[in-house]
Design a protein. Structure first.
Length: 94
């Protein structure tokens, strides 16, 4: 693995390891159907800007899918990407 790959892995796990990201992922998972950012930040009682910023980072990791419908954006978990991330994380031993 080269330095660039380590940097990408570091950035990925920084996002995934963030407590707000974990809460957002959990909320999306619990929804069972596409959920809007408004529903997420209201349920988690966090600021809209904080939610939007973290959703952008999560989109960057590929762990969430998003679909626009007018002004609303709906989010779902990217199951394939989540399984890859969980496998990678579980293979790390320290």
């Amino acid at each position: 693995m080269n330095t660039k790959q380590f940097k990408k892995a570091n950035d990925f796990f920084k996002v995934v390891g963030h407590p707000v990201a974990q809460k957002i992922l959990s909320q999306i998972e619990k929804a069972k159907e596409p959920i809007t950012s408004g529903s997420i930040y209201k349920a988690l009682k966090i600021e809209q800007s904080q939610c939007s910023q973290m959703l952008g980072k999560l989109r960057g990791t590929g762990l969430v899918n998003h679909r626009k419908d007018g002004k609303k954006v709906f989010y779902t978990i990217n199951r394939e990407r989540m399984e890859i991330a969980e496998t990678a994380a579980s293979s790390l031993t320290f």
